[in-house]
Design a protein around this ligand. Sequence first.
Ligand code: SF4
Ligand code: SF4
Length: 160
Amino acid sequence: MSSATLQPVRLTPAKTIDGRKPDREDIPKGDVLCSYCTAKCCRYFALPIETPDSVQDLDFIRWYLLHDRASVFIEDDTWYLLVHTDCKHLQSNHLCGIYETRPQICRDYTTDSCEYDDDSVYDMYFETAEQVAEYMEARFGSSDLTKIRSKPPELLPVLR
Ligand code: SF4
Ligand code: SF4
């Protein structure tokens, strides 16, 4: 029986200027901004979620963040669940593999205010369940937290 060796996908590097990613205002006229980008906008999806207004609501958000690749952010008073996952049709050259039939949301997206620049900031950004627990503590007081805090882990024996 032969065993196939899985080869890592080789990504084509994005274009650079002087060996680095240029600022958007330095892109030469006639060039497309996306060719200097590693398709940042095709590597996640984000959905608006209900604004949490109780410990129970925030406990759901803790649950989201117990999963890999999930984050939650707030922008303009709206809460979003962000899932960091590549689109299945993104090719190794960072181009869309279904360009002609890509969804409307992809067609509507423009480079005008996209995340090409590496300086995006959110009003709030949660990456871990512990950060949400701290937020709960600050917002609702510590008494509610006794229900959700995990027991501290047992200490490992000291090896001699
Ligand atoms: S739209 Fe913006 S984020 Fe998306 S690939 Fe183009 S430059 Fe990158
Ligand atoms: S369908 Fe194409 S444009 Fe839309 S997210 Fe996937 S790769 Fe990007």
